[in-house]
Design a protein around this ligand. Structure first.
Ligand code: NAD
Length: 480
């Protein structure tokens, strides 16, 4: 079998070489095809960070073992990592955090073993990276949480839990505040959970989860989270087991799977041959298991554990200089220990892809549950005028079948009621709804009104206010 390999930027080539030599030493029946992907190719003008040949190879082979890739902060370049995960619909990001003998942590010293698997939704949320400046002072990021996307990640999580014989799956969220987005993620969680009655499904608000992960980490077995919350809490979990050097990850999709370490390209230590290859090595073991090469995965894992127990370490962990090794020496020690690692488990969990080429995009869609009615629109406008002045401008032009419900600033109502102590910025949201009992508004009606009102105030954007199955499907303003 052949897989695609992208060595990555910074420490990527060093830790990838260590990982590939360990895999080769097991005799795994695996060929590696190196692909051109990373900062260099981005800088050569490939906006996805890879050449068309690399893209085709990865899509054909379906498996990518990937080193970390660099993304400069702030404006400009999009993350190659996020682009790859999204482009190939790798909807579930599985990250495993396990205590390792030989890696000292606060918890290992207290004899508290950690074994947490986190599944992070990998495509949606604020990671759509859909951002706009509404005014020169106001930036907006759109946060997408979808039913099909949430169902995919929850199904993957429960299937994994069932295969593993897990007793409990916990969903982390912030549905107390973001009632529609996180609310949909949570609702989908319990919908999927119904098909897995043997597994206890429970949920927790993400801030409470952060506290409990530190205070009582072994209360948790498998946790599923939306993208951003999962990103932050998985680094917290990495801290529980000794740091980013020990956190592997698998990006699982139906057609392409990407296996990589959680950490980045570590530019501060790149080229020094001192990076810790453990996280990428364990990620490669996740890949071997995924490919059905369980025996080889266990052989490498056992050898790694032996190496750690022998006290060998790279500069970022462990004690003393006597058994401190550089990246190459650490890999050599693992290879040396391969002979010591015995295992009898040759179970085949083969999940090898045999996908056929797609001719068109797949549209994910759940059946409509009820009538869709346009109940109004939120107009986002730029203004430094007082809310009551903005209200007058709108009321002057409103057709008879629409009324002004409220005006808010940064999500807090400032008209018709509000507190003068609410600081405002130069961007307001004006909510218009149809008169009670009036028929559904049409797009034409709203756009005609928008054209009219835009003569007296600048509209930044318009959002439709929908009712599905008779339920208002939009949030209230704070204080409304
Ligand atoms: P980082 O993970 O690269 O480094 C954080 C700290 O951890 C640094 O001090 C680094 O030296 C150390 N570290 C990381 N991996 C290590 C290892 N294997 N061995 C020893 N020490 C290690 O995070 P950063 O500095 O915020 O990001 C650097 C670059 O990596 C950025 O461009 C970022 O966008 C990118 N990044 C890529 C990925 C990915 O490819 N999946 C993930 C995260 C960050």
């Amino acid at each position: 079998m052949k897989i695609a390999v992208a060595k990555g930027d910074g420490i990527g080539p060093e830790i990838m070489d260590a990982t590939l030599s360990s895999i080769r030493a097991t005799g795994a029946p695996l060929d590696f095809e190196l692909v051109d992907m990373g900062k260099t190719w981005y800088e050569q003008g490939h906006s996805s960070g890879m050449t068309p040949i690399a893209k085709n190879t990865i899509e054909d082979l379906g498996i990518l073992l990937k080193g970390p890739m660099e993304t400069p902060k702030g404006k400009g370049m999009k993350s190659i990592n996020v682009t790859a995960r999204k482009m190939w619909s790798t909807y579930a990001n599985k990250r495993v955090f396990k205590s390792l003998n030989g890696v000292d942590t606060v918890f290992s010293k207290a004899s508290i073993p950690i074994d947490i698997t986190m599944v992070r939704e990998n495509i949606e949320d604020t990671y759509g990276g859909i951002e706009h400046m509404l005014t020169e002072d106001v930036a907006l990021c759109r946060r997408f949480i979808t039913r099909p996307g949430s169902m995919q990640v929850h199904k993957y999580t429960f299937e994994m839990a069932r295969k593993r014989g897990a007793k409990k799956v916990t969903c982390g969220h912030k549905a107390n505040i973001m009632k529609l987005t996180d609310g949909l993620f949570l609702e989908s969680f319990y919908e999927v959970a119904k098909d897995y009655p043997e597994i206890k499904a429970t949920d927790i608000i993400v801030d409470d989860l952060a506290m409990k992960l530190v205070a009582r980490p072994n209360d948790f077995e498998i946790i599923v989270l939306p993208n951003l919350q999962g990103d932050i809490l998985s680094d917290l979990c990495a801290g529980l087991v000794g740091g980013l050097g020990f956190a592997p990850s698998a990006n699982i999709g139906d057609n392409v799977c990407i296996f990589e370490a959680v950490h980045g390209s570590a530019p501060d230590i790149a080229g020094k041959n001192i990076a810790n290859p453990t996280a990428l090595l364990i990620s490669s073991c996740m890949m071997l298991r995924h490919l059905g090469m369980t025996k080889e995965a266990i052989t490498i894992e056992n050898s790694l554990y032996t190496t750690l127990q022998q006290g060998y370490h790279t500069i970022d962990f462990g004690h003393g200089v006597e058994k401190q090794l550089n990246t190459t020496q650490f890999a050599d020690q693992i290879i040396k220990n391969l002979q010591l690692s015995t295992n009898t488990d040759t179970t085949n969990h083969a999940l090898i892809n045999t996908q056929s080429k797609r001719e068109v995009y797949q549209i994910l869609h759940t059946p409509t549950k009820g009538e869709a009615i346009v109940n109004g629109a939120d107009f986002f406008v730029e203004s430094t005028e007082q809310p009551k002045v903005i209200a007058h401008k709108f009321k002057d032009k409103l057709p008879e079948n629409m009324s002004l419900i409220m005006i808010s600033n940064r999500g807090t109502q400032v008209y018709p009621e509000g507190s003068l102590l609410t600081d405002c910025v130069d961007q307001f949201r004006v909510r218009i709804e149809r008169e009670p009992g009036a028929p559904s508004l049409t797009a034409d009606e709203i756009l005609d009104f928008a054209k009219e009102i835009s003569r007296s105030i600048k509209i930044c954007s318009i959002e439709w206010l929908m009712m599905y199955g008779g339920v208002k499907s939009y949030s209230l303003a704070q204080g409304q």
